[in-house]
Design a protein around this ligand. Sequence first.
Ligand SMILES: C[S@@+](CC[C@H](N)C(=O)[O-])C[C@H]1O[C@@H](n2cnc3c(N)ncnc32)[C@H](O)[C@@H]1O
Ligand code: SF4
Ligand code: SF4
Ligand code: SF4
Length: 321
Amino acid sequence: MKPSDYKKDCGLVFDFHRGTTHDGPGMRTTVFLKGCPLHCAWCHNPESIDPHPALQWTERECIGCRTCVNTCQFGAVQADEEGIQIRRDWCQECYQCAEKCPPGALKVVGTYWDVDSLAAEALKDSMFFEDFEGGVTVSGGEPILQYRFVTEFLKKIKEAGQNTALDTCGLGLREAYESVYPYVDTFLYDIKLMDKNEHIRYTGMSNQLILNNLIWLIQKAGGDPDKKIWIRTPLIPGATATEENIEKIGKFLKGEVLKGIERWELCAFNNVCKDKYRKMHLEWDYRDTPLMTEDNANRFLQIARKYVGEKAVLSGLTAKD
Ligand SMILES: C[S@@+](CC[C@H](N)C(=O)[O-])C[C@H]1O[C@@H](n2cnc3c(N)ncnc32)[C@H](O)[C@@H]1O
Ligand code: SF4
Ligand code: SF4
Ligand code: SF4
């Protein structure tokens, strides 16, 4: 089956994580959808941003056989002193080159799934969900971009009696959030930066719609004990992890907004994606940025707690001081 087949009514998925404890309540299976309207400078899923399947070459797996070069009828695969290069403007997306690569060094990131097959795949872990109070999370990329598919997928998961979570940056059409709303138990909702210009600088877009959507969501979910909203802020050194930004988000959340929120998670910067950027031949500004120290992360936690009390928590890896 070629990844470009079966597009109709399908969702474009680029990854699965099973047994994760970072994507909502309990132990979960997370499905990652491709495509994102933001372009966060620190994103640990850079392969998620392009809303199409894409070829990815891994140097350390390549045996230099040139099968891919000889397979491509369009001359879109070329070998030079830096390895295998794909001319994306010439590529016709037939994926023959990836299919024929003997060690699988050339892969297609992004596969189309129909709702039933994806739900069956995600529900394979359902026996663990009960024991570990988990469920299925949809993340990405930005899952709300594929909201029609996500609505049908989450509906299936709910019909199977399982808990659901949506991991979202908040930038999407109101009708998209309306559509998924009935089938989401926990919204993992990012507020990355409070200052509009800083938001544009680091993500490429304003945060106005994100904040408006959050207020709408809190009002809609208000008083419903079955809907949970977790705010998430990645702690990115020099960008979001500044006293000023955490203070501003804290001020925005306290009071009325806070009543609708179960927790505010501060997610420590991670650099595990270094290799992904290298594979994609992309420079990454955070390549040499180390993990945050525990003390530093705690400093931001204390600021957050001034505004939201014990609802503020830390997550992610930190380095020992
Ligand atoms: C990859 S995003 C996908 C969901 C959605 N697009 C969003 O941004 O909320 C999942 C989470 O990872 C966080 N994140 C992205 N890159 C990160 C990094 N390098 N370190 C820590 N958290 C990061 C995001 O802020 C978000 O909370
Ligand atoms: S996907 Fe097809 S057209 Fe594109 S580079 Fe590979 S073989 Fe060539
Ligand atoms: S077919 Fe695979 S192993 Fe052979 S040169 Fe191409 S990428 Fe490398
Ligand atoms: S919104 Fe999420 S997926 Fe999109 S670039 Fe930012 S962190 Fe990455």
